[in-house]
Every structure is written in C-alpha cells, then in structure tokens.
Write a protein that binds this ligand. Structure first.
Ligand code: GLU
Length: 484
C-alpha cells in the first residue's frame, strides 16, 4: 500500500507552497487508495511558533485535505510529532556510530566558525574537516565520560549517490561535495535529516513528495538509508512556486499573500484554491480547467508534474474563485457571506435581516467574498450624504429631477399587489419613460442615486428589489427633501 506524508514544520501559518505539496500528497494517496499522513517536524526549537500547529491543521481541513494518520488521529505509527519521538532518534544515531557510519564530534562552535571563514576566504566549499574522526575510541570514551558536549555526524562515504526522482529524472551527486552532516545536536535533538529519514522509514512511507528546495538534501538522506540498511522510498520533488517576476514565492514580500489563512479571510473558496493549486505544476490530459477535488483524485498523476517553476497568477486564482462563486447555491453563498455582512452591519450599527436578495444580485459580480465591502455601501448605510449635485443628472435640471422622484414615489405607493421582483419593477418604471416626458436618464438616474447615495452602483431595479418597498419609499422621500 502506498503511504505518503505531508511534514510541515510549525513555524508559521500554512504556506501556499506547502498547501500545494499537501494537496499533491493527498491526491496521490487517494488516487492510489493509499494513506495520507501528517507528521509535524518540530525539532528546530528555535523556529517554533506557538499556535502554528493548530493553524496549519486548520488550513488543511479548510482545504478539505483530510488525513488518515496525524497528530490528532491515533495511528499505529505514532506519535506523529517529532518532539515526542526524541529517544528514537537518539537510539538510531548511536546505532550508526556503532556501525561506523557516524561519529562523535566535540568541536566547539568557535572552531567551526574559524574553519568556515578560512574555507570561504580560500573559496573552498564549507565543510567539516573531520578533525574528530582522528580521535581514538579511547579518546572518545574519555571525553564522553567527562560529560563533554558532542554532536553526532554522518561519515559520508566516498563515491557517488545516484537516484531517479519521479519528477526530475536521474540525479547524480559526487559524495565529495557532501558535508559530514550533523545528525544529532548537542542538546539531544535530531537534525531535520536524521528525524526525517528515521520517521519516513518507521512510518513506512513509500513516496516522498515534497518541494524542490529539499532536492539537495536527498543524497544525504539516501546515504542515511544506506547506512541503516533500509530500503529508501521513491522521491518526487515538486517545482518551485514562482511569483510573476519569476522569483520564488517567499514569505510575505511586497504584499504577496502567501498564507492560506489570508485567502480564507478574504473570501476565496477552498474549492477554488485547491483547483488552482492542483494546476500549479501539474496538468491534466486534456485542456479542462475546472476540477473538483474528487475529479482531481481521478486525474492526478505524478507523471504530469512539470520540472520547471510554476507561476502563481493571482488573476487566474481570482478567475477560478469567481467561477466557483457562480456555481454555489444561493443558500450556500448567503451563508458564506453572513460573517462579511455581519462585519459590515456592525460598522453601521445596522441590524441585518434577510440578505438573500442582496446575495442574489451580488452572485454574478463577486470575485472574492470580501468584494461585498465595495458593492454594498448603499445597503449598509443608514444616512446618506445626498446632495442636489449628484441627484440631478448631467443633462437634467432641478424641476425634472424633482418630478422624477415624485413620480417614482407615487409609483411605489400605488404598486399594489404586483410582484416585488427585478423584472416586474423594471416594467413598471419603463412605462414612465416616454418621449416628451422623461428620458431614461432623467428618470432613473435620480431614483438610483436616491436609493444608493452613489454615482455608481448596481442596476436601480436590483437595488430597489433588495431594499424592499418601504425602504425605497423612505429614501425617495429623503431625496425629495434634499431638493426642496
Ligand atoms: N519539515 C520539512 C518542511 O517543513 C519537510 C520536508 C520534507 O517533506 O521532507 O518542509
């Protein structure tokens, strides 16, 4: 059975690149009826950010990427948080020392720094010089007995490391380019490399699908598998996510939104984001673009993951989002908009009743849910600052405008039992537009401005429909007072 994992470090929110990695792992697992595992890599205590574990998990849940084993689900390979597995790594590090594949190093930081500076000044690669490999076993014992601080380093063997990456093809590295990597730090914590390999092995991971930035670490990992005598998993390194300047999408730079939670807050839909992320480095067999998560599961294949960087286009993501908003049922969209409506209502101290009608006219206009802030000023204001200046159309005059507002008012007073619907309202008003009486602009401009207080707004009949008869009458009356 295929087993894959997403292994975030709790150093912040869920990054958009991380979400793409998680998604590909999820799709691969579901497609192959395998298992999708979440493992938390928190051995770098300095970078740990409290609260981030929960936020990362919440982000994954919001995207709909359910996992089979993880920190919150008991599984037979747990615990799934590395800081709860420290003894294991210590045991395995010492095992490598016993096997002669790793060694104790007692060098002080100050020595390592001098060494690095020297190598840099001589334009040599910066590597540990194996000073401690010269120690005799008795030396080592003595120093350990004295309680000296130590790290455990991998003894990189001579030769070449070659492997076939499922995305990048054959990768070959001369081991002489690899440093004797620290495996266990002096505080007893493992480094990423050791913990990652030990866990992938113990958790029986069959495919490691991760970002391209980990490609240089893979030869080191393979040397570890070899030293332990373990069968390595398959590797697939996903292309970098690039911004429109072809630079790697990094952490918050130039206002780039890189956190999944930012998208959630602004009103992107998870379905739109997963659809968009799936196509960020992978393409389907045909030129379809809209895919539900289930459809992606069916289509996904590592063979169609590209090598070159994938460009993150905000415009494209927004297009997806608008498409998904259009597909929602009215009830669903209205529910999703509720928190946004509430926030707006709070700013005006207004009570919100039913918003269904408002949602209905907004559905085709929204790109992200947050856009309602711009489209609904006229709904969430209690007092307009109407002036004669904006009520009177450019080509109109005061008298005409006054009578237009009066006429509209009367029309609504006598509306009778006609249906309160956009088209019905349109028909009722259109009758008043006649040559010699009112042009469309002369009649409808002041009515629309009276109802919205704005030069630009949705169609006057849509607005009237949403506001309801009573509110329309009130606003028309107020507008007439402004002109009185
Ligand atoms: N903890 C690493 C990260 O934060 C995981 C890399 C891997 O998947 O091996 O991305």
């Amino acid at each position: 059975m295929f087993r894959v994992r997403f292994a975030p470090s709790p150093t912040g929110e869920l990054h958009i690149g991380g979400a793409r990695t998680a998604l590909y792992n999820y799709l691969f697992a579901r497609k192959n009826k395998g298992k999708f595992i979440i493992r938390i890599e928190d051995t770098d205590q300095e970078r740990f950010v409290p609260g981030s574990l929960d936020r990362i998990l919440q982000g994954l849940k919001w995207l709909g990427l359910e996992w089979d084993e993880g920190p919150d689900i008991k599984g037979e390979f747990g615990p799934y948080i590395q800081s709860e597995r420290l003894e294991l790594y210590q045991k395995y590090a010492h095992e490598l020392v016993d096997k002669g594949s790793a060694y104790y190093c007692f060098c002080e930081l100050s020595r390592l720094e001098i060494l690095r500076e020297l190598q840099q000044s001589q334009k040599q690669p910066t590597k540990y010089d194996r000073e401690c490999l010269k120690l005799t076993p008795d030396n080592v014992k003595e120093r350990l007995a004295r309680g000296e601080k130590f790290v455990i380093r991998l003894k990189v063997p001579e030769g070449k490391t070659i492997f076939t990456d499922k995305v990048r093809g054959e990768v070959c590295v001369d081991n002489s380019n690899l440093d004797d990597q620290v495996l266990l730090k002096s505080d007893g914590f493992p480094t990423y490399h050791l913990a990652n390999v030990v866990d992938d092995h113990l958790m029986q991971i069959t495919h490691v699908i991760r970002g391209e930035e980990w490609l240089p670490s893979t030869p080191k990992h393979l040397l570890l598998y070899e030293a332990f005598g373990w069968q390595p998993p398959e590797f697939a390194h996903l292309p970098n996510v690039l911004n429109d300047k072809r630079a790697k999408l990094s952490k918050r730079k130039d206002g780039e939104a890189v956190w999944v939670q930012t998208y959630e807050r602004d009103g992107f839909l998870p379905e739109a984001l997963t659809n968009f992320l799936a196509l960020l480095g992978w393409h389907p067999q045909d030129d379809r673009e809209i895919f539900s998560l289930e459809e992606l599961v069916k289509e996904f294949d590592l063979d169609r993951v590209q090598k070159g960087g994938a460009i993150f286009s905000m415009q494209k993501l927004r297009w997806f989002n608008a498409e998904y908003i259009k597909k929602l049922t009215l009830v669903k969209l209205d529910n999703l908009l509720k928190p946004f409506y509430k926030a707006l209502a709070q700013t005006t101290g207004q009570k919100i009743g039913t918003t269904r009608a408002l949602t209905q006219i907004l559905q085709s206009r929204l790109i992200i849910l947050k856009d309602i802030n711009e489209f609904t000023h006229w709904y969430f204001v209690s007092d307009f600052k109407l002036t004669a200046d904006i009520l009177i159309p450019k080509a109109g005059n005061l008298a005409k405008t006054k009578s237009a507002l009066q006429l509209a008012y009367e029309l609504l007073i006598d509306y009778g039992d006609k249906k309160w619907e956009v088209e019905e309202l349109r028909n009722a008003f259109e009758v008043l537009v006649r040559p010699g009486t009112f042009t469309r602009g002369e009649l409808l401009w002041p009515v629309r401005v009276a109802l919205t207080g704005e030069r630009q707004s949705p169609d006057v009949f849509e607005v009237a429909f949403v506001l309801g008869r009573e509110e329309c009458l009130k606003r028309l009356l107020d507008a007439q007072k402004v002109l009185a």
